[in-house]
Design a protein around this ligand. Structure first.
Ligand code: ZN
Length: 362
């Protein structure tokens, strides 16, 4: 696993590890809301005051909040219930929280909430206010984590067992289907997309690679992630499985250099698997030099379809290989950043890094 880089945004605001570990051991409730503790060996995260048996200090990772722990692939503890900790949920929300806690792969749309007598807007607001994410994105991250739970928090022993093949992941297919809505496997001879998590200074990303090259790189909290994964599996007639790829080590290294402002180009083979139009748009994106930007209309000109500005913008948004295919270098004609699948703050940071402005400290 490529979880070697422990630099993430906003971790600086946490107390030091010794203090947090002491709080964890003493079940000190005064640290509620200050941090959550994620346990590498089990893949779950807890409140400081959790009554569960305490892990060894070296197995604990600390995050400022539940959202960040989820983005790093952890699932919430059923004992201390970190998502309902601060200002426990109001009565009207209790049944929903309980239902969701029982099923890590649950999908609930607005109409499902209405059927349960709940106002979807109210539910979203409560999650947004307490956890800085919408209810939908909370469910989505849990499904992704469920589908790929085997890909992180593996002990070296499990790693060794997995090297002999995927047999030890039997049952994974079912879990994956339930979590992702698609079956990962049917026949032999299907392409395998190995999926792993790569940590960057802008948060964890999910990377995917086939034998031929990198086919996916997305921020783990991105709204479109599940859709993108499913599309990719269909287009490549492939199944996504947790696992390592020879490309991930290179990718990790090149990304770290990029974030340090020391790399302006990536030299990895990319598997884009788009429509003819998307391929044209993505190819044009790769011609935008590091440190510069273009407008959507300029991009439309370049592909010879000057009136297709909106279609170009859409194809931009459908890019599955963030950073390496630099869709963040396309901005509005008036210089505004417009949209970015990974969040506008990330687009801003990426452009700042490329302009040599306060690269994040490593
Ligand atoms: Zn707990």
């Amino acid at each position: 696993m490529h979880q070697t880089n422990t630099t993430t945004d906003n971790r600086q605001s946490l107390p030091d590890r010794e203090t947090m570990y002491a709080a964890l051991v003493q079940r000190d409730s005064s640290y509620e809301g200050v941090f959550v503790a994620a346990i590498r060996t089990t893949g779950i995260f807890c409140r400081p005051s959790c009554s569960a048996r305490k892990p060894k200090p070296e197995n604990v990772e600390y995050f400022p909040d539940a959202k960040t722990a989820l983005a790093h692939g952890y699932r919430e503890c059923k004992i201390c219930r970190p998502l309902v900790s601060l200002g426990s949920p109001p009565d009207w929300l209790q049944p929903l929280i309980e239902e969701v806690e029982q099923d890590a792969t649950i999908r609930l749309k607005a109409e499902d909430l209405r059927e349960r007598g709940l106002d979807p807007v109210r539910v979203r607001r409560w999650f947004q206010k307490l956890h800085g994410m919408s209810f939908a994105s909370y469910l989505r991250m849990r499904r992704i984590n469920q589908a790929f739970s085997q890909l992180q928090h593996k002990s070296p022993v499990t790693d060794a067992a997995l090297e002999s093949g995927y047999e030890s992941l039997s049952g994974f297919g079912e879990g994956f289907k339930k979590a992702m809505g698609t079956a990962p496997a049917h026949s032999n001879g299907q392409t395998v997309i190995h999926v792993s998590r790569i940590l960057t200074p802008l948060g964890p990303m999910l990377a995917g690679a086939t034998e031929q090259g990198i086919c996916l790189l997305e921020f783990a909290d991105r709204r479109m992630l599940e859709t993108q994964l499913n599309r990719l599996q269909k287009r490549l007639n492939a199944r996504a499985l947790p696992g390592d790829s020879r490309f991930f080590t290179q990718l990790d290294g090149q990304l770290q250099a990029y974030f340090a402002g020391k790399r302006t180009e990536f030299t990895l083979p990319l598997i884009t698997a788009g429509t003819e139009f998307q391929e044209k748009v993505w190819e044009a994106l790769r011609t935008i030099p590091w440190g510069t930007t273009r407008s959507y209309s300029e991009q439309a000109e370049i592909i010879g379809q000057p009136t297709a500005v909106r279609a170009v913008a859409r194809a931009n948004g459908d890019n599955r290989i963030a950073i390496l295919i630099p869709c963040h270098r396309v901005i509005g004609a008036d210089g505004t950043l417009t949209g970015y699948g990974g969040g506008l703050w990330r687009k801003k940071r990426l452009l700042e890094i490329e302009q040599g402005k306060n690269a994040p400290s490593k």
